[in-house]
Design a protein around this ligand. Sequence first.
Ligand code: FE2
Length: 399
Amino acid sequence: MMYFNSPNIVYGEEALDFLDQIAGNKCFIVTDKNIQDLGYLKILTDKLEKSGKSYKIFNEVKPDPKEEIVLKSKESCLSYEPDLIIALGGGSVIDTAKGTWAMYEFPEFGIDDLHIFNNKLYELGRKAKLIVIPTTSGTGADATYAAIISRDNNGVWQKLIQAHRGLVPVFSILDPIFPSGMPANLTVNTGLDALCHAMECLIANGRNEFSNTLATKAIQLVFKYLPIAYKDGKNMEARNYLHQAATMAGLAFGNANVHIGHTTGHCLGAVFEKTHGRTVAVMLKYVTQFCLNNPDKDDPTTRIYANLAKQLGWAKWEDNDKKAADIVINKLEELYKIVGFSDTIQDLGISKEDLEKNLNTLVTLCFQDASGSMSPRLPSKADFENIYRYAYEGKDIDF
Ligand SMILES: [Fe+2]
């Protein structure tokens, strides 16, 4: 038995108008102060007012949402008794809203109850529907059933990855008006995060026919439209397709998983306090090369990437798999150059000494990261260390 989980998706310019049609009059809005300052919240509240809906705003979400904030949002939501919960923001806002929704429906639940075996979570939606409106084009959190919530564990911030299929939002509204306000560097970092989701899940152990199709299309769209949005942030065609690509990639990896690109990138970000999109995008080429070098002749990675190159017209159908798969690496390098992105750890502003000093911690964290086990080629401790060392220098992986 296999599953494919997805929200209902409303997309394209003026997708926000869908709010006129949806039943429900009391909206609990989860967002953050930055979204408010950018004027995005006003776009939403104007729309709700025109639709005759009332609302209450919870704007206290911060990056990497902490358990206390999610619980505060829950209490605020419980006191308002909405029939719609609307998340307006990036991944942190969306994750906070997922937790709030589950605990509003089941007030007896705490964060620890939001786990994969709690089948009560299939009943979400009886009190309120969760509507997610992403403002960036990258995380794909609008399409997944995971919520990452941080907990203070004796002075160390532990990231809890809470997940259940019931946590998939009911609606995802993809209106390009929101990402069109992103500056070029955020456009690139979030767009490359989406690319990493798609590139990784294409070969991850959870891959399936649905995820393969969506990931391939997402890769095609990012390659075509990220350079355009990077140069001209107001190009609405590019914004529209990139926004869709991020959700396609979210659907793909949400149903297939990512692997050691996110493992190594995520751990690098945690240790050196660098943003998620940047670190995973730095690691992508190196982990792809590592997987392509798999000595196991039955491993399908080379064939999969060769097919990708052929499907996207980068290679000829008669090319051998090795040649075609190598073109994927060349295309990645080309794209990074066009959008001004450097894929070395040293260009993240980390010194060689600092990397070496923290290598042990990094590798320990990598082995604790669940997505690492989804890699078609599992790195040893020495492999992880060397992947980081090569990524530091920008050297092609030759092992
Ligand atoms: Fe990501």
